[in-house]
Design a protein around this ligand. Structure first.
Ligand code: SAM
Length: 260
């Protein structure tokens, strides 16, 4: 076992400039993929990520989740985090100074990593982005609220904006959980052996073929005979052709990119 393996998953506490009362005491599992979430609603985490395979993996220390309450970096007695938009307009904007403090503090408590702001105007979240994210030490994820965040924070910290689709959510927390689910399930050991990410939708530029299970006849519909034939070669080529047909019909945009 090399040195890296020896320290992998060991708990460590990093030195910190923040008052102790404001620190959520969560030990760092060294070498374990880590998500730091900055949010006004830390209680909604891990949310759905605490269930099923991602939840088990979290408990088993195959990935780690650290939440940071943005309110604790707020200003004054009321720990204010937002203010009216410069130049007028509806709603409130999250303040640069408050976000700046939170981001600097969280960044110095972990390995270097990308900072991601969940944002409707960001690049759409794709499978490749989730795969790429697994390769690093993790991510700091900023969840917006109100009208969003002061642009200077995005520019100063060179933050990457990621969208989960062309619609507007009330906040970034659901979006962060979607992105984390897509990412964490790709961490080796998170899915059981029987769950494969190699053949699923988007892994090879195609949608997945249709799936069937018992009963062999349901409502008069049979499972395609080839799947019951035991001929692995025929099954594989049926799956490939079904993937291609489905992608061509349902997602012409993907098909155009894939088409040999
Ligand atoms: N004023 C913003 C706009 O028009 O683009 C929308 C702000 S939205 C009400 C509040 C927060 O929800 C955003 O700061 C962002 O963090 C999150 N959010 C909303 N829609 C999202 C999406 N499609 N993908 C990722 N995050 C989203």
């Amino acid at each position: 076992m090399n040195k890296e393996n020896l320290s992998h998953g060991r708990k460590s506490i990093r030195a910190n400039i923040k008052p102790r009362a404001l620190i959520e005491e969560q030990p760092d599992l060294m070498g374990v993929w880590r998500a730091d979430i900055i949010t006004l609603f830390p209680d909604v985490f891990p949310g759905i990520l605490g269930s099923s395979l991602t939840g088990k993996a979290l408990k088993d220390g195959k990935w780690q989740l650290h939440t940071h309450d943005l309110r604790s970096y707020g200003i004054g007695k009321h720990r204010s985090v937002d203010d009216t938009p410069a130049g007028g307009g509806a709603g409130m904007v999250m303040r640069a100074d408050v976000l700046g403090r939170a981001l600097s503090d969280v960044s110095q408590r972990r390995e270097p990593c990308p900072i991601i702001y969940m944002s409707p105007r960001g690049k759409p979240l794709l499978q490749e982005r989730a795969k790429k994210m697994v390769d690093g030490s993790g991510a700091i994820i900023l969840c917006g609220r109100f009208e969003g965040i002061d642009q200077r924070v995005i520019d100063h910290f060179q933050i990457e904006e990621v969208s989960i689709g062309d619609y507007v959510l009330s906040g970034g927390e659901l979006a962060a959980q979607v992105m984390l689910d897509a990412t964490v399930r790709l961490i080796p050991g998170v899915l059981g052996n029987h769950e494969s990410t190699e053949e699923e939708s988007f892994s090879n530029g195609l949608l997945e073929y249709p799936q069937y299970t018992r009963p062999s006849v349901w409502e008069g519909q049979e499972i395609p005979k080839v799947l019951m034939s035991g001929d692995h070669g025929k099954v594989a080529s049926w799956k490939k052709s079904q993937s291609e047909l489905l992608t061509r019909d349902l997602r012409p945009d993907l098909w155009t990119k894939y088409e040999p």
